[in-house]
Design a protein around this ligand. Sequence first.
Ligand code: C2E
Ligand code: CA
Ligand code: CA
Length: 727
Amino acid sequence: MISNARILVVDDDAGARRLARATLSRAGFSIVEAADGQAALEAMAVQLPDLVLMDVNMPRMDGFEACAALRAMPGGNRVPVAMMTGLDDTPSIDRAFEVGATDFITKPINWSVLPHRVRYMLRASIAINELQQNQRRLSNAQRIGEMGDWEWDVGSDRLEPSMQAWRLFGHPGDAAHTGLPGFFATVHADDAERLQRACERAVEQGEGFAIDHRVLTWDGAVRHLHQQVEVIERIPGGPARRLAGAVHDVTRSKDAEEQIRRLAYFDPLTGLPNRLLFTEQLARALAQAERHGRRIAIMFVDLDNFKRVNDTLGHKAGDELLKTASARLAGALRGHDVVARSGDTRPAPLDLRPAPLDLGQPAGGHTLARLGGDEFIVLLTDVARPEDAGAVAQRLVAQMSEPVSVMGTEVFVGASVGVATYPDDGADIDTLLMNADTAMYRAKAAGRGGFQLYDRSMNARALDRLRMETRLRRAIERQEFVLHYQPRVDVVSGRIVGAEALIRWQHPERGIVPPGEFIPLVEDAGLEITVGEWVIAETCRQIAAWRAAGLKPVPVAVNLASTHLRERGLPLLVAHALREHEVEAPMLEIEVTESILLAEPELSCTIATQLADMGVQLSIDDFGTGYSSLGYLKRLPIAALKIDRSFVRDLVNDPDDEAIVSAIIALAHSLKLKVVAEGVETREQLAFLQSQRCDEYQGFLTSRAVAPDEFAELLSRDLLPLVRLVA
Ligand code: C2E
Ligand code: CA
Ligand code: CA
């Protein structure tokens, strides 16, 4: 590169040009000549020399002017220019440097050393160019990599930052050489002391460190920096003399990290802490309460009517409701200061930046979290007495009893709150959560829209029952019940002539729960009417659905609690359900046990008569097991007796049962009632029933109670022979 470099010799003296060419070309350089400044600029543009030897005094354009113009050309500042001036011509030498000359060579020229000077200048120029290029590369790399570096001289407190380091630290303008305090002036107040101490330690012990900290940039943004600091010079065995730091902008990865933590710890819909974060905070709060002998309270908040809103107005409305509810709960928790500030209607300035994540202590002594669904939970960290928590709970309930506007519709939601306190009601997270949950169930059971403090005096069984009851209420709200259908078969033809709707609970955790396990609880909780109403409506809907699917449905019997037969509204409700689904009255049948006669038999008779007049048939279920008052039975408008399966089970083996079954059949027929045998599992049992002229039967022999789809299949299969007959 140096040996065959191209030299532009600019001189109006042709003899001097010739001598220059002769000496320099012998040294391996290639030569371009120009007779004046103007010609030099033209040659510059075309030939791109590696070095220029420029005479000062020339016609047309002198050397100074030519040098200045050359420097202004693109890339013109990279080429070294040596001005040839007269010896001792100090003004010319000064002028030469002013216009950007790299060096000067005095005339008369010592031709023998000229090649060496040229070589030297070329080497320096290359070194400078490389340095500049390296610096440019480094700077670009730093900019692209969002990195920067600095060096600090400890003794003089002179800090030299790279441009990029200067910018990363959030300083405006170009990098300035400052002291360490000036450079670190933008460090976030909360991080400044930590960084300061780290630097001091590095100086004292002569050891580097790495640190993450924030800076506040001149335009107000927060930036996260990672700094790797090294000691690059130290007094042997003594303190550091020079430190060097590499700075890296980690804001983006910090943001991503925060985003991930946010996802893990916060409920995206309401922005509230989720169960995970809540339990972490609760654990910390418990540890602190224990250390300082303080009381904390946790409150379960369950919205009373959420499911209904969600089902009738849709998921969007449900989401909106949850957001409104969480805002209200938060407002009620802020309590007094919110009341005081509520006159101020100016909206707060919108801050779009994510708030810094604080996963530590709950702010202001309370945390509100969403556990999922319509369940919220509150942690109060400093509670003097359990009653004080009660007062807060009261406020939450009051807030939620106000109507909420959801997608333009006013709805009443209401909330039930259960409170448990530490150390009164438990010492660990699980116990506290469970007891607050229990108290909440109790609040619900006592009628919605209230709160309840946990009460130790409740025994475990009562609590279990209470929980079960609340779950049942919820199951109704959430429509977790389904009906299965068992065919009723004509004993002679073997054809399906009816069905019985049997309820099942599709429990979210336990799966299908049979009615024997929850119907008694439904009745204890006084929910049998609600459940019965649902069964009636659902059965009518199902009959209509089968019909719409092209099937020919059979009459379906529903089981009603005997108390339901004392509901004066029952006939109207049945009529409504039939009408709504355009189902004829004879398609719906009702089964009740003899126990309807135990209380207010007159009323039950009246209602049964109204139903019968409408065309809805009534059967007596489990006949033979209870108190059979034939006198009343005669007065009831019933169409059928169902022989309890306990008698059917031992038919064939037990002569007594055979006798009872025969007697029931005979009795029923004498009263002009149809007889249905339940629980028929074998051909022998069926044969006996046939021999006794029993009318119909149900049982595993034909089919268990099955889901609607499966029942539809049974129906369509049963119709096939009919179709063939017609064809
Ligand atoms: P149930 O009214 O006597 O219903 C007949 C029960 O016997 C059903 O039990 C049925 O699955 C079962 N079963 C039918 N065939 C056979 C058989 O061949 N062998 C045996 N071992 N069992 C058979 P499930 O469905 O468990 O119902 C139990 C009881 O729950 C019903 O007795 C009824 O009293 C009550 N129940 C069911 N659905 C409802 C409802 O919607 N409302 C009310 N209030 N009670 C219901
Ligand atoms: Ca039944
Ligand atoms: Ca029965």
